[in-house]
Design a protein around this ligand. Structure first.
Ligand code: C2E
Ligand code: CA
Ligand code: CA
Length: 755
């Protein structure tokens, strides 16, 4: 409270001071030589003393930066006292010795204000203050050089007396040092001085003009008291005080931003030009020795400063680059995407831009199963592949995790979808990670600008929803819904709650996909694939909820449900005369569950089913966790007559050697190897040797993802045992499957061969 009263008093006193300044000027203009010495002296005194008092009051009421405020107040007060002393000394026009006691008081102003600036800067700019010191030094040297030129007559006039030269030069030099310091500070603010600092700058500028003109006039004997020139210092003091009062009222916490930029090079550049000019003139013999020496020192200091500034700029550029780059892939990161997108969307000449949000499927499995370094390599390669498929002015960023984003100009929605298809195709070929082939799919959500929104955040949200739909509907890519439909945000969270209900209320259903024998075309086994009959969203596929179920620790319950449904169905089929083996997929987690063999045994017994009615599919990754544990569980299952298949074979460890030690009956070759088998020589060779090797280990080979007859024929010729895929039959409900079995001429159920 007291602080506020003092600050208000400071403002009033300052205003009074400004009145005195104006009155002083008016007096000098109107009365000129005929002034009343005492009245003018008094007005002159108040024109500087009142602002000085205002500074002191402001300092007393300052909410922070008190040391600076008091330094400035002390400096201004000393100046006004110097002014008083000079008035007294010149009151009766007596001879005034030079330098006099008034100079001592005046000159105190400079170190005080300089100290205040330094303290303030040290407080606000901890990191870059060295550069400001350099700028100030270089600027001051440059200014000194110029002063040595400008003030040459004055210096020569005072003759060889060093004290007199020093004092004569001290004023303009002090002004120059402060101005150079301010310029240095301006560089910290991107080359622009904050508006609050303008009064100080203007005040110092007036001081320099006054001091230089004064020095020259005195040296040429042309100086006269009581001209309007005398008011210039009063104006200067009032301006400096105005700055001090404003500064003291700023909250203590306010910080200046540190936006260094190329403006940091201006000060040394200017000083350099000045020094060079002096040296050029010196070569023509026009310069004093002092000026030449100062010019050389200035040049050296400026060179040093340029070096520092250059290093600083480079570091800044590097920091900016790092802050906008994804460390792993070297692509733009999320922050950069926001900037780039905003810029791109505003400037783009195309009518439509597309934001594609790309999410890798099954990435978590790679990370968990093969380790983070392999996951990292996959991300790097995925980023490279995406980059290769884009045009130079498209934007590609990694948003984090396994999420990438692309911004590209497109003709229309169809073109955007086509781009998404191309990008997915680029990711579909297996990645070679330290000799391990890993296949990854991607789901892409597409949002269009301006159709789906015009800022990047909104577009990202819509693309995210679309991406999620792409995953759940397995379309691969999906366009954002028209804006009117509203947002489905919060889907993931709701999904988890709903999963609990799904398990409790039997919303999970199984679809079955036949495995066809390639020698005789019969079907003896099917794979059970889980689906979620969602009450509002329709049929959901495993990609849409398995990861969530795993994260939520619901996988054991899910497996339990699937086993029950599969065995129920196996039982019904057997009742109807179809002795089909139902293969069930197990997660890695289930393989650590020692009660699993007992539970399977109980379920089989309850239905009176033989062990051969069920088969277990596990991935290679799942076996790597705790191999001994997994092996024990598999052995016990196998002892029940349950057959074991390695799923997605080839995407995990591609080593047949370890299979010798594992209780395994069947290998299911991953569809990424199967699909290109008739078009790609390498894939064909790989499939052939894998079939050969598996046979030599006594294992059955099943090809997954057979989509056409060419592939089927190829596999049959290579001696592959069984095949599964859309080309034979898509996963279907139990009823639809039986219909298919009965309709398909090549596929008969052979219940006779089953025990
Ligand atoms: P998976 O075990 O490799 O199952 C084969 C997947 O490939 C199935 O996808 C199937 O619909 C699909 N597919 C079959 N033929 C073709 C084809 O010719 N071309 C193409 N492109 N795809 C084909 P689905 O049903 O979405 O299952 C995805 C994955 O979800 C499965 O891969 C399996 O890892 C997991 N999964 C499915 N059901 C269960 C389950 O009950 N329990 C567990 N733990 N995982 C399951
Ligand atoms: Ca499977
Ligand atoms: Ca598979």
């Amino acid at each position: 409270m007291a602080g506020r009263t003092t600050s208000r008093a400071a403002v009033f006193v300052l205003l009074a001071g400004w009145c005195a300044v104006v009155a002083f000027l008016v007096q000098l203009i109107v009365f000129g030589d005929h002034v009343n010495v005492f009245v003018t002296g008094a007005v002159n005194f108040f024109s500087q003393f009142l602002p000085a008092v205002a500074c002191c009051l402001a300092a007393a009421g300052a909410r922070g930066r008190r040391s600076e405020a008091f330094l400035v107040a002390g400096g201004v007060m000393a100046y006004s006292i110097g002014n008083l002393l000079l008035s007294v000394l010149t009151a009766n026009d007596a001879y005034v010795p030079f330098p006099s006691i008034s100079d001592a008081a005046y000159l105190l102003f400079y170190p005080a204000v300089m100290a205040a600036l330094l303290i303030g800067m040290a407080r606000e700019h901890r990191r870059i203050r060295a550069s400001v010191a350099w700028d100030t030094a270089v600027g001051a040297l440059g200014a000194g050089t110029l002063l040595a030129v400008v003030l040459r007559p004055a210096i020569e006039q005072v003759g060889g007396n060093p004290l007199q030269i020093a004092v004569a030069v001290a004023y303009p030099l002090g002004d120059a040092v402060l101005i150079a310091g301010l310029l240095g500070i301006a560089c910290l603010h991107g080359g622009r001085l904050p508006r609050r600092w303008l009064p100080l700058m203007a005040g110092l500028a007036l001081f320099s003009v006054g001091d230089i003109v004064y020095s020259l006039r005195v040296s040429s004997g042309g100086y006269q008291l009581h001209t309007p020139l005398d008011a210039i210092w009063s104006f200067g003091v009032a301006l400096v005080s105005t700055w001090a009062v404003l500064q003291a009222q700023r909250p203590a916490r306010a910080r200046e931003s540190e936006t260094g930029n190329s403006a940091a090079l201006i000060v040394p550049a200017l000083a350099n030009v000045a020094a060079l000019g002096v040296l050029l003139a010196a070569s023509a013999g026009m310069m004093s020795r002092l000026a030449v020496v100062l010019a050389i020192v200035t040049g050296l200091a400026a060179a040093g400063r340029t070096h520092v500034a250059y290093r600083q700029l480079r570091r800044m550029a590097e920091l900016i680059r790092q802050a906008r780059t994804d460390d792993l892939t070297g692509l733009a990161n999320r922050r950069a995407l926001y900037d780039l997108a905003t810029e791109r969307l505003r400037r783009s000449s195309a009518a439509t831009s597309a934001l594609l949000l790309i999410d890798l499927d099954r990435f978590k499995g790679v990370n968990d199963g093969l380790g983070h370094h392999v996951g990292d390599r996959l991300l790097v390669q995925a980023g490279q592949r995406l980059a290769e498929r884009l045009r130079p002015d498209d934007v590609l960023a990694r948003l984090g995790g396994d999420e990438f984003a692309v911004i590209a100009d497109v003709a229309d929605a169809e073109a955007a979808t086509e781009l998404a298809r191309r990008l997915r195709a680029a990711l579909a070929t297996p990645f070679d990670l330290e000799g391990i082939a890993v296949r990854i799919d991607a789901s892409i959500g597409i949002a269009l600008h301006p159709e789906h929104g015009d800022d990047i955040h909104l577009l990202l949200r819509r693309a995210d929803v679309a991406m999620y739909r792409a995953k759940t509907t397995r379309q691969g890519q999906c366009l954002a819904a028209p804006v009117a439909e509203g947002d489905d945000g919060g889907d993931q969270l709701r999904l988890l709650q709903e999963l609990h209900e799904a398990l409790a209320e039997d919303q999970l259903v199984l679809h079955y996909q036949p495995k066809m024998d390639l020698r005789d075309g019969t079907v003896r086994g099917v794979e059970a694939l889980v689906r979620w009959n969602h009450p509002t969203r329709g049929l959901l596929y495993p990609d849409a909820f398995l990861a969530a179920a795993t994260d939520a620790g619901l996988m054991d319950r899910l497996t339990e449900t699937v086993l029950r449904l599969a065995l129920d169905q196996a039982y019904r089929w057997r009742e109807a005369g179809h002795a089909l083996t139902v293969a069930v997929n197990l997660s890695a987690h289930s393989l650590q569950d020692t009660t699993l063999p007992v539970r399977v045994a109980t379920q089989l017994r309850e239905r009176g089913l033989p062990g051969s009615a069920v088969q277990i599919e596990i991935t290679e990754d799942a076996l790597m966790g705790d191999r001994t544990h997994a092996t024990a569980i598999l052995s016990r299952l196998r002892a029940l007559g349950v057959q074991i298949a390695i799923d997605d074979f080839g995407t995990g460890f591609s080593s047949l050697a370890y299979l010798r030690d594992l209780p395994v009956d069947e290998l299911k070759l991953d569809r990424s190897f199967v699909a290109p088998v008739s078009t790609d020589r390498h894939a064909a060779a790989l499939v052939a040797s894998t079939i050969h090797l598996s046979h030599s280990l006594g294992l059955r080979m099943v090809a997954e993802g057979v989509e056409d007859d060419t592939t089927l024929g190829h596999l049959r010729r290579e001696g592959c045992d069984q095949a599964q895929g859309y080309g034979i039959c898509r996963p279907a409900t139990a009823e639809a499957l039986i219909e298919w079995l009965q309709d398909a001429p090549h596929a008969e159920v052979t219940s006779a061969s089953m025990p």
